[in-house]
Design a protein around this ligand. Structure first.
Ligand code: AMP
Ligand code: GLY
Length: 423
């Protein structure tokens, strides 16, 4: 089978590594990919939003199976385009990807189907949103409706801050068109857990849990990022939490989408908060998490291609997902200055240290090849994953391996997985 992966981050590198374990993959392609993916697949520099070129490339290469990684092309309808071209594709169609594409839609869905989430209101105008703030308790959470690179969420301590926040989202359009609508929601407290699940339209099978670290600096300080590291499993995702979510969240979400005429096939990523009143859904994503994927897939025993095909064919009920009884930690090596401004094109070295080492992974995110030399090409540069028999061992291995890689702008958090010590 000829397989094409769309995307070029650490998530797509992790998907590529897993999919290549399937004996049925004959040739693997990736657009646009990165320097790491280029070492195991044929990459072509096509933007993930250039649908016409992607489809033409897929036809030229006789692609049998496509996998769409990132949110933008999913929400934009790339899966529909592949299907129109007769190519079997893993990922939700445009009408189902709205689960991630519009926070107002996902909140209304949860309200209508009684799926536990923070109390909220949706707004189409800044004036109405500001009036509403008069009756709110603080802190309060403001969310731009659309995709905003994970940055469209503002937690405001006071009414004055919140008024500025509403203006930034809806009037200044600091998050672009994502701010044409917004959600204002209740501030909740508790630990966050990410649960990724395969869905075939009807059946849902959850993967092992993970936890992300979104802030740029140690002790959860600094700006929000795409994610600075992850660990899996989360010791806070107990049997009790799992039972609760199985009863009130997972299947109910899939059924709700079906009921709304938005059959969902692909990955639903549940961002959960374990509040004192029980688990609540913080957000849905319609794709694999990044860098959650870099700790979840290395622990999965199944043939990834087989599971993805079952999602498309509607036969996921016949698959038993299996994970190793171990743990993984991923530490992101970022460019100094991320998520604001940072330099690109800085030479990197040390990759050969990973050769032949089984429990260490070097997933490339923002890297490129320049005259045969691997250079930095983004804010999040690499995801270094260590796998061990438990979280402490996995963390020790991940941090050990971060030392093998050198580049002058290298920056990382030093406390990824620290919460494990409190479990
Ligand atoms: P989201 O993109 O919706 O996951 O939001 C990004 C981050 O903002 C989450 O991971 C939480 O840390 C925080 N957040 C979002 N919604 C809330 C909420 N209702 N209460 C407290 N924190 C929140
Ligand atoms: N790591 C969070 C996300 O992928 O959205």
């Amino acid at each position: 089978m000829n397989v094409l992966i769309v995307g070029g981050g650490g998530r797509e590198h992790a998907i590529a590594v897993s999919i290549l374990k399937s004996p049925r993959v004959k040739k693997l392609y990736c657009v646009p990919g990165n320097a790491g993916i280029a070492s195991i697949a044929t990459c072509e520099p096509i933007s993930v939003m250039d649908f016409d070129h992607i489809i033409a490339f897929a036809k030229e290469k006789a692609i049998d199976f496509a996998i769409v990684g990132p949110d933008d092309p999913l929400v934009g309808g790339l899966v529909d385009r592949f299907e129109e071209a007769g190519i079997k594709t893993f990922g939700p169609r445009k009408n189902a990807a709205l689960l991630e594409g519009s926070k107002a839609f996902s909140k209304d869905l949860m309200k209508k189907y009684h799926i536990p989430t923070a109390a909220y209101e949706n707004f189409d105008s800044a004036k109405d949103a500001i009036n509403y703030l008069e009756s709110c308790d603080f802190p309060i959470v403001l969310k731009a409706d659309g995709l905003a690179l994970g940055k469209g969420v503002l937690i405001c301590e006071t009414k004055e801050d919140a008024v500025l926040g509403v203006k930034s989202i809806m009037e200044n359009k600091d998050f672009g068109n994502a701010g044409n609508r917004m959600v204002i929601e209740e501030f909740m407290t508790g630990r966050e857990v990410s649960v990724l699940a395969f869905v075939d339209g009807h059946t849902i099978k959850t993967m092992t849990s993970a936890q992300d670290h979104k802030r740029a600096e140690d002790h959860d300080k600094g700006l929000n990022t795409g994610g600075m590291g992850t660990f899996s499993p989360s010791p806070f995702y107990t049997e009790e939490v799992d039972q609760f979510c199985k009863e009130f969240v997972y299947q109910k979400t899939v059924d709700a989408l079906l009921q709304e005429g938005r059959e969902f096939k692909g990955i639903i990523f549940f961002g959960l908060m374990l509040t004192p009143n029980g688990p609540r859904v913080l957000e849905y994503n319609a794709r694999f998490g990044d860098p959650e994927t870099q700790v979840v897939l290395p622990r999965m025993k199944n043939d990834l291609l087989e599971v993805m095909e079952a999602c498309i064919d509607g036969t996921l009920d016949q698959i038993e997902l299996e994970f190793e009884d171990n743990a993984a930690v991923c530490v992101v090596l970022a460019s100094k200055g991320y998520p604001l401004s940072y330099e690109k094109g800085i030479p990197m070295s040390g990759f050969e240290a990973f050769d032949g080492k089984e429990e260490y992974y070097c997933f490339h995110a923002g890297t490129a090849l320049k005259d045969g030399q691997i250079v930095t090409n983004g804010g999040r540069v690499l995801g270094i994953t260590g796998v061990g028999s438990n979280l402490i061992e996995a963390r020790q291995k991940a941090y050990e391996a971060t030392n093998w890689i050198n580049f002058s702008s290298k920056y990382m958090r030093t406390d990824i997985g620290k919460a494990i010590d409190e479990a």
